[in-house]
Design a protein around this ligand. Structure first.
Ligand code: SAM
Length: 239
């Protein structure tokens, strides 16, 4: 069942709020009028074919988890028009912001899951995604909140299963504790190889990776983000 662990207990919440300031009228209308066309329907049973979400076949499917205000997702979708994009975000103001980017840039290659990404991850078929972005996930720095961090062995198992051989998982964080946590989990995971060879490989954001709102906030506050890229090792079958 989506949103539960195997024992049917609800999964710990990985996010803070679902709503911020009331949406301005234009944004409210965008959510009402545009979201139904772009929203992914998870009400039916069985696996969800991501290619079937788009009007034309897509070269690859990329997924962004917790896209925030959607600026990274919209940029990637504009730069890669043959790729189909799926964005998951629980924060309604963020969803409204992505819808505005989609309209402004006239993007036809983005679909939205406006809810907990983990419910979507359970429904996507193995090997169906070529690239996954998790940018500045809520770090939950207190040890007693560690269960709320998005990265855990179980989540990495799921992301590894969804990724195609040689697929990419990109994770950014400005919280040194979360960076260490992510590296510890990913490097002991058999499906992932960290691609960095030298410090600038994780200190410098690659050119095909635009700045997000949270990165800008981190830099303003004097924090140095880390940009981690993991490659999905091929020929490894996971449950
Ligand atoms: C710190 S913000 C970063 C937003 C954006 N990626 C950026 O870099 O500006 C983390 C975002 O992840 C979203 N989030 C956290 N857990 C989520 C989940 N399980 N499913 C979907 N979105 C989630 C939150 O609502 C929030 O918008």
């Amino acid at each position: 069942m989506p949103g539960t662990d195997d024992g049917d207990r609800p999964l710990p919440r990985t996010f803070g709020r679902r709503r911020g300031r009331p949406l301005r009228a234009g944004r409210d209308r965008l959510v009402e009028e545009r979201l139904p066309d772009l929203a992914i329907d998870l009400t039916s049973e069985g696996p969800l074919d991501p290619q079937a979400l788009f009007a034309v076949p897509r070269e690859a499917i990329w997924l962004e988890i917790g896209f925030g205000a959607g600026e990274h997702l919209a940029w990637q979708a504009a730069q890669n028009p043959k790729v189909g994009f799926i964005g998951a975000e629980v924060f309604v103001n963020g969803v409204a912001s992505l819808l505005r980017h989609i309209d402004e840039r006239q993007l036809d290659n983005v679909r939205i899951h406006a809810d907990d990404a983990r419910a979507l991850l359970e429904r996507l078929p193995p090997g169906s995604i070529a690239r996954i972005f998790l940018l500045f996930p809520d770090p939950w720095p207190k040890a007693r909140h560690s269960g709320r961090r998005f990265i855990h062995t179980e989540t990495l198992d799921r992301l590894a299963a969804l990724l195609q051989p040689d697929g990419e998982l990109r994770i950014a964080s400005d919280d040194p504790g979360y960076v260490a946590w992510t590296l510890a989990h990913a490097m002991r995971h058999p499906a992932f190889a960290w691609t960095a060879r030298r410090p600038q490989d994780w200190r410098q954001r690659p050119d095909d990776w635009p700045e997000t709102r949270y990165e800008a906030k981190a830099r303003q506050a004097g924090r140095q983000p880390a940009f981690l890229i993991f490659r999905r090792r091929p020929a490894l079958t996971l449950p």
